[in-house]
Design a protein around this ligand. Structure first.
Ligand SMILES: Cc1cc2nc3c(=O)[nH]c(=O)nc-3n(C[C@H](O)[C@H](O)[C@H](O)COP(=O)(O)O)c2cc1C
Length: 411
């Protein structure tokens, strides 16, 4: 096969990244030695965990993390009741300077900020600019709340507050790119993102964790994480939230027209590529790094480069938003599509899961024959896709085009 030279570099808000993979604002970016280690391993940049002015009280509680498991698989999601960094701007300024000195233009140093009033936001921006930061990210979406119109609510849950604070920040940042990190926990995320654009920001970070209750210890009735007998709502991250993030990124790419850095559920290069295909230029990682370590960056770069070589695509730029034309409103989907289930009996392990799913959640089109062999009645099958979602063997069940009309139930 003929291979082509691949360049993983991207430009985001006018800043060059050596690859699209960034460490998001979180514990992996809240310690100078850890940051250096991550950046040395090949991450294109890091967003330093959200900082604040010295007068802001930040008191953390422990334990602050609880995992979501499903059928023996750990960290399907990760809940946290962390707050912003305990380290205030005086320390973050020093870290930014140290990192810029060590890495120069080789790595992008972004810092995340959160303030309670105009002078905080603008003061933080000015100090970070003076320290040499490349990009300023604003957390408008801490699940534990921030300065919104309603006390305890997230800033990005208010359209007017989002526009106003974005303008404050951009006025102070001037040429330094400003990225606003919003929340998917709103009725109309497009309205919020448009307020970000109107306020003058350079890009959107989409999106953030999803407020959640992580589960309950049924012996003592106390939900997780148990902090001396009480809990509070967590921010859910990791694989469980990836579909929500994909929806948000694609929706905003189609409607708002600002560059996007994606965050929320990316664990491997395929997830990251999906974010890019939906319109993200860069992809941020947190849970995957907290679970598997910084060195996943090697697989991310290798996986994406290999894919691009195989596809004959030399620039990441050519992948951005490539899936968007295929996402339409429900009314625009073909009503003529007629497919039915096709089971490869050589791959089938006779587990019967397709049968149970079809009988009790589908159209009763699959029966179990001799030796639990599944048999599809093509006329009864509507091609809903449930059986292939339930089947544990990849490629065992596929949907194929069918000429036979559907047999509609009469009773
Ligand atoms: C323990 C923890 C702390 C976090 N702290 C911050 C923070 O200070 N500021 C922020 O903007 N996001 C914070 N986040 C959110 C992450 O940056 C990221 O957006 C989110 O976890 C979703 O991405 P993921 O699925 O790759 O983890 C935190 C996440 C975790 C798990």
């Amino acid at each position: 096969m003929k291979t082509i030279p691949v360049n993983l570099g991207v430009k985001f808000c006018g800043v060059k990244f050596s690859n699209p993979f960034i460490l998001s604002a979180a514990p992996p970016t809240d310690d100078l030695d850890m940051l250096k280690r991550g950046l040395e391993m090949g991450w294109a940049g890091a967003v330093l965990k959200t900082t604040s002015v010295e007068a802001t009280p930040v008191e953390l509680v422990y334990p602050m993390i609880s995992g979501l498991s499903f059928e023996n698989k750990k960290v399907v999601g990760l809940g946290n009741i962390d707050l912003i960094s305990e380290h205030h701007i005086d320390l973050i300024e020093k870290r930014v300077k140290a990192l810029k000195k060590e890495f120069g233009r080789e790595r992008v140093i972004a810092a995340s900020i959160m303030g309670a009033k105009q002078e905080d936001w603008q003061g933080l921006v000015k100090r970070l600019k003076a320290a040499g930061v490349d990009v300023i990210e604003c957390s408008f979406s801490c699940p534990q709340g921030s300065m919104g119109e309603v006390s305890g609510a997230m800033l990005a849950q208010s359209v007017p507050a989002t526009e106003m604070v974005t303008r404050w920040v951009k006025d102070a940042a001037r040429k330094t790119p400003v990225v606003i990190k919003i929340t998917p926990m709103v009725a109309d995320i497009v309205a919020v993102a448009k307020a970000v654009k109107k306020g003058g920001a350079d890009a959107i970070c989409a999106s953030n964790t999803i407020p959640s209750l992580m589960g309950i210890d049924i012996e003592n009735f106390i939900p997780n994480p148990n902090v001396a007998g009480k809990t509070t709502y967590s921010g859910l991250s990791g694989p469980a939230i990836k579909p929500i993030t994909l929806k948000v990124i694609s929706e905003l790419s189609k409607t708002v027209g600002l560059p996007i850095t994606g965050t929320g559920g990316a664990v491997n290069w395929i997830d990251a590529l999906e974010f890019i295909l939906c319109g993200a230029t860069t992809v941020q990682f947190c849970t995957a790094v907290m679970h598997y370590g910084y060195d996943i960056i090697e697989d991310l770069c290798e996986g994406l480069a290999f894919y691009m070589e195989e596809k004959g695509i030399s620039r990441v730029k050519d992948l951005i938003g490539k899936s968007l034309p295929y996402i339409v409103g429900h009314d625009d989907l073909s009503r003529k599509n007629r497919v039915t289930s096709n089971i490869d009996l050589k791959k089938c392990v006779r587990c019967g899961l397709c049968y149970y799913a079809c009988q009790d959640g589908g159209h009763q089109a699959i029966e179990l024959g001799e030796d639990r062999k599944p048999e599809v009645d093509e006329e009864k099958c509507f091609g809903c896709g449930l059986c292939l979602s339930a089947c544990p063997i990849d490629g065992c069940i596929e949907l194929k085009e069918s000429e036979k009309p559907r047999k509609i139930a009469t009773a």
